[in-house]
Design a protein around this ligand. Structure first.
Ligand code: NTF
Ligand code: PLP
Length: 830
């Protein structure tokens, strides 16, 4: 690289503003170059999709240049790096986000218009990268953006699934899943690193060997799969720093099953070689609970092993003493999914680097930190010992050893309290013996955090009380956040311009606390006027989409009321639908003369159900059945519409969120660890109707209870209400709407029976007991909407108070209080 001439290197860095120029002519030439030589179409004749591909490649060139500079700079400065391990990243599209972060959106738009293309039209050609399920996965993506923007020396590691999250197709109101083969037309953003490959071992046997009087464990694998790196650049905003999301794909290893070739079964040997690629082929689409599937465990270990090998290789390139490892490396476990990394680090340090157990354990305990996204014990991963022992025999031994030492230590601290010992043990005895991955992660991590204040308290007082009492200092809270770059600047350009105009600066895009500056203008008639205009434009965009998707024409004067998120019983989309039926019923039974008092609504619901989640699928069908009835009732007209937006993903969210007036977050209190959708709606000046759960509690602290519509049982009231069970009375209105469903008012009465039973029999999610309070909150929302000035003021105050929910704040907090990493900024302005 720059050799030992530090001064020369300094000069090089100071001079470097990149080889590629960003003036309009240079950009046009670059795009045409890629049309001709990358896409291989004539530069005199290419369509929108080909133009998008060429455009993406020209942006990628700029990203690559910056990521090279960033990596060289990191290498020279050698800061402590943080490695973010996550099995899921919901990145969405990259084009608009990249050019905005690079600061060359307008230049590209200009260059394209010279070539006869429109930037927005080409941006629509891009498909989503949906390598994740929901909240956890989108959080990872937001956090990558913040790590890059805040100049942290960070890497993301994950799996390059060939099939992302399934596409949701609705036929006759039922959800069907179609494969998302997102790489069909290539992926212009990634770079395959054919030289960055590592062997990953599975199965086989472990034998103890005696080497010069020392016992060593030798693992002879039964299968070896090669992991190949695919690098995806993540540009920061207002900085030249561009970090990397490195995703691993499986490919057959030369070491794979050589025996089969030797025994002459050539065809079967080739077929079995191809199996290696299956490891990274498909994302598990269920975000509920862990199912002890071998392929899933293989995926986890595959990505963990490749990542750890890569991290250790980078460390060794410049360091020889593992004592320095914790000064250079922080490993963040995003949920328990990557927690096999703990056993893998121990295996490498003990078996391959020969550090000895105690030293290896000391190092491991200094590098890991662990974020929990689950709320209930059932959501925690438990791996059957038989499965782990067969797939990763050496890791099982290591986990047993960790547990043995932990339990011995624990006995010294707490005595022979066998109940507590067995609760805290990493190994769960029972009919099927399992490994509790969360316990493993807590035992080894120096820091464990929840994702909102209430969730973090819940971890300390309920889920991991025993561990909290043992190690109170380990437990932290890191309230989630979302990136204002994607969720305002990219997805709501009109709002972005309006905010910058009134604040007199664009600095809030990097320093989001400045949004509080809007508070002083919240009652200003001019701002309110412009604010309403922006909302109207976004509603128009959304209305066009709704009509195109469902054929339903909606009125822009109606309140756009949105609930979009994965379909779960605890998120209570059913409560929303029952509320809509109630509203419909009220309108139908109202004197015609009274109807002009009704605030018109467009109710919008969207979200995917896990393919095997029957109840969630019935909720989707019920939504369609009710929509069919309401939307075709001319008597109701524009007073009420219900639309289901299919295939909710990041791109759809970018369209829906800016156009929402009201958004609903209805989780039964105590069930939503945080919620991040709410934060995006809040930033976009959408009012929330919500239970006091997860991060909503903090949103209330920030914007005040007067600026949103709260309802329902509070967290500490839930257990008592459940205990009372069916003893508590179902409110009449709720019983009435359930009766309508049971009587076949919306068809399919037998099919919906089990949905009604759930509410009427034990009502675990408390739809009945929260129903009245829900209707009151809805009435309050109607009342506020009828007063546009008041509504707009609340809307401005929502955006103004959303700064605390930026992932920049979250990431700074992780960096300072958990990882101990510092910004390392390439010396240039971006
Ligand atoms: C989710 N968990 C939680 O359910 C949300 O409350 C939270 O906002 C996000 O994580 C991000 O922390 C998951 O997506 C998973 F995968 F755990 F189900
Ligand atoms: N899915 C997508 C596509 C999203 O953009 C979000 C937003 O955060 C989520 C799921 C999570 O939403 P929620 O926090 O409301 O569950």
């Amino acid at each position: 690289t720059f050799g030992s001439d530090g001064a020369k290197a300094e000069r090089m860095f100071a001079l470097m503003d990149g080889f590629l120029k960003n003036d309009s002519i240079s950009l046009q030439k670059d795009i045409l170059h890629h049309v001709e030589y990358t896409v291989a179409r004539s530069r005199f004749s290419f369509d929108d999709f080909e133009a998008y591909q060429a455009l993406a490649h020209s942006v990628r060139d700029r990203l690559i240049e910056r990521s090279h500079d960033t990596q060289l700079y990191f290498k020279r400065k050698d800061p402590k790096r943080v490695y973010f391990l996550s099995l899921e990243f919901l990145m969405g599209r990259s084009l608009s986000n990249s050019v905005i972060n690079l600061g060359i959106r307008d230049q590209y738009a200009d260059a394209l218009s010279q070539l006869g293309f429109e930037f927005e039209v080409l941006a629509e050609q891009e498909g989503d990268a949906a390598l994740g399920n929901g909240g956890l996965a989108r959080l990872s993506a937001c956090q990558m953006d913040s790590m890059a923007t805040l100049d942290y020396p960070a890497w993301g590691y994950g799996l390059r699934y060939e099939y992302g999250l399934f596409r949701q197709v609705i036929l006759d109101g039922f959800q069907h899943e179609q494969p998302d083969f997102w790489l069909n037309f290539g992926n212009p953003w990634e770079t395959e690193r054919v030289h960055v490959t590592y062997p990953v071992k599975f199965y086989g046997v472990v034998e103890e060997e005696n080497l010069n009087g020392e016992k060593r464990n030798i693992w002879t694998p039964g299968e070896v799969v090669e992991a190949v790196a695919y690098d995806n650049p993540i540009p920061g905003y207002g900085t030249r720093n561009t970090i990397t999301l490195r995703l691993w794909a499986g490919k057959p290893s030369d070491q794979h099953d050589m025996e089969a070739y030797n025994t002459g079964d050539y065809i079967n040997a080739v077929v079995s070689r191809q199996k290696a690629e299956n490891i990274s082929s498909v994302l598990y689409p269920d975000d509920r609970s862990f199912q002890g599937k071998e392929l899933r465990l293989k995926q986890q270990y595959f990505f963990v092993s490749a990542s750890i090998q890569d991290i250790i290789r980078r460390f060794k390139d410049g360091h020889t003493n593992f004592d320095e490892f914790p000064e250079k490396v922080a490993l963040q476990l995003n949920d328990t999914h990557p927690s096999l990394a703990i056993a893998e680090v121990m295996r490498v340090l003990v078996d391959e680097e020969n550090l000895g157990w105690n030293k290896a354990w000391d190092i491991a305990c200094k590098i890991f930190s662990f974020t929990i996204h689950a709320v209930i014990a059932e959501g925690l991963e438990k791996i059957p010992v038989d499965l782990l022992g067969s797939l990763l025999p050496r890791h099982l031994q290591i986990i047993y050893d960790i547990n043995f030492k932990f339990v011995e230590e624990l006995k010294k601290r707490i005595g022979l309290d066998y109940n507590r010992l067995s609760r805290m043990s990493i190994v769960e005895e029972g009919s099927t013996k399992t490994i509790r991955m969360a316990n493993l992660a807590i035992v080894c991590s120096h820091t464990v955090n929840g994702v909102s204040n209430v969730h973090s308290e819940l971890l300390k007082t309920k889920l991991f009380k025993d561990f909290y009492e043992l190690w109170p200092e380990k437990f932290q809270c890191k309230t989630n956040g979302v990136t204002q770059r994607r969720w305002i600047v990219v997805s709501n350009p009109s709002l972005c311009a309006l905010i910058s105009k009134w604040l007199g600066t664009e600095a809030w895009i990097r320093d989001v606390d400045l949004l509080t500056g809007l508070r002083e203008y919240a009652a200003d008639a001019d701002l309110q006027q412009e604010w309403m205009m922006v909302k109207k434009v976004n509603k128009m965009r959304l209305a066009e989409y709704i009509e195109a998707m469902s054929g339903v024409k909606v009125s822009l004067d109606a309140m756009f009321d949105v609930q979009t998120k994965r379909i779960h019983e605890y998120k209570r989309q059913l409560l929303n639908i029952l509320g809509i039926i109630h509203r419909y019923d009220c309108i139908k039974n109202m004197e015609k003369s009274q109807r002009n008092k009704v605030v018109p609504r467009v109710c919008i619901i969207g979200g995917k159900a896990a393919p095997g989640y029957e109840i969630a699928k019935k909720i989707i069908k019920l939504c369609h059945a009710v929509a069919e009835k309401i939307n075709n009732d001319d008597d109701v007209g524009d007073l009420l519409k219900l639309v289901f937006i299919p295939d909710y993903n990041v791109s759809v969210a970018e369209l829906v969120i800016p156009g929402a007036d009201l958004s609903q977050h209805l989780s039964t209190a105590g069930h939503e660890a945080s919620g991040t959708g709410s934060m995006k709606f809040l930033m976009n000046g959408c009012l929330l109707l919500a239970t006091e759960d997860g991060s909503t509690v903090e949103i209330v602290e920030e914007i005040g209870a007067d600026n949103l519509f709260l309802f329902g049982a509070k967290i500490d009231e839930v257990p008592k209400l459940r205990e009372e069970g069916s003893a508590h009375k179902m409110p009449l209105q709720c019983a009435r709407v359930l009766r309508m469903v049971r009587d076949g008012h919306f068809g399919f009465k037998d099919y919906f029976e089990s949905l009604c039973d759930k509410v009427e029999d034990n009502d675990f999610y408390l739809l009945g007991s929260d129903f009245e309070s829900y209707l009151e909150a809805q009435a309050a929302a109607d009342k506020a909407f009828a007063d546009p000035q008041k509504w707009t003021q609340m809307s401005i105050l929502s955006t103004a108070g959303s700064g605390r929910f930026s992932s920049d704040r979250t990431i700074r907090d992780y960096a300072e209080k958990t990882w101990g990493v510092e910004p390392c900024r390439f010396p240039s302005d971006g």
